[in-house]
Ligand binder design. Structure first.
Ligand code: AMP
Ligand code: ZN
Length: 111
């Protein structure tokens, strides 16, 4: 199976790393939608939030813990976390990822 984010997490496709541990990888979005915009992904292939189960939920929770830690380290207190799930919601890469956006005013509801 060829998956863009699996290849990025494996270092087969270059990316600008923000954070890495044995379970997750974080890197700057190639098309930033805010002054700070990075993605946090599990290294394990999970297609989207819709595929989170009791068995893999701990890595999704770990992504959120990493977001809290990395934003603190970057000095970011206000930020938005987004995970698009499915084409209608705007998901273009079918590997679970959390967008972290910061550095500008955000509107609500999102478009
Ligand atoms: P989504 O549209 O929610 O599935 O988010 C996918 C995100 O991945 C988009 O914001 C893209 O800009 C980003 N993206 C696609 N290819 C790359 C890449 N090679 N490196 C970094 N970010 C990427
Ligand atoms: Zn994948």
């Amino acid at each position: 199976m060829s998956c863009l984010f699996c290849a990025i997490a494996a270092g087969e496709i270059p990316s600008k790393k923000v954070y890495e541990d044995e379970l997750v990888y974080a890197f700057y979005d190639i098309d930033p939608q805010a002054p700070t915009h990075f993605l946090v992904i599990p290294k394990e292939h999970i297609p989207s939030c819709a595929a989170i189960t009791a068995e893999n939920a701990s890595v999704a929770a770990h992504c959120l813990e990493v977001i809290a830690r990395v934003t603190k380290k970057l000095g970011i207190s206000d930020f938005r976390v987004v995970s698009n799930c499915g084409a209608q919601a705007g998901q273009s890469v079918p590997h679970l990822h959390f967008h972290v956006l910061a550095g500008r005013d955000m509107t609500w509801p999102p478009g």
